[in-house]
Design a binder for this molecule. Sequence first.
Ligand SMILES: [Fe+2]
Length: 163
Amino acid sequence: MNTCKAETHTAIDLPEDLLALLPEFTASLTDEARLLSLAARFRPEHNFPYAPHCYSRSILLRDDSGAEIMVARWDQGATTPIHGHPQFAFVYVLNGQLQMEQYQETDQGLVLTDTLVKSKGQHVYAAGIAGHYDNAIHRVTALSPSLSLHVYSDDALKGKAFS
Ligand SMILES: [Fe+2]
């Protein structure tokens, strides 16, 4: 496992039809089924930046509310710190396979509650508490080279970091 500091990229050049789709994602943050049907229409052909032994973050949209759409490209074995999220978080695997270890904060510290493996076409969705950045605590590890689409109600980097 390679824990690393991911680089964030902006000004990603996308085709018109994908650009037109983006505002629909952020307008649908409370609607998991709608997010899933939009994600199924997202074509991942763009060559997102490759980060050896790590993952890259490409911001496709940030709207006035702070909501963002991001694509992560993962090298095999790359892993995130354990982290929380803003109120709404949707992650859809475009390619590859991601492991997600889910944690709960307790008086004794973080406790691992579940380990999920999500493959191409699968997703996770979490609706938490407004104004909190410790919702849906997890660690993500790429089990193979992967690409994933992320929609958040706020800057994901505000998520509380635990490790
Ligand atoms: Fe996350």
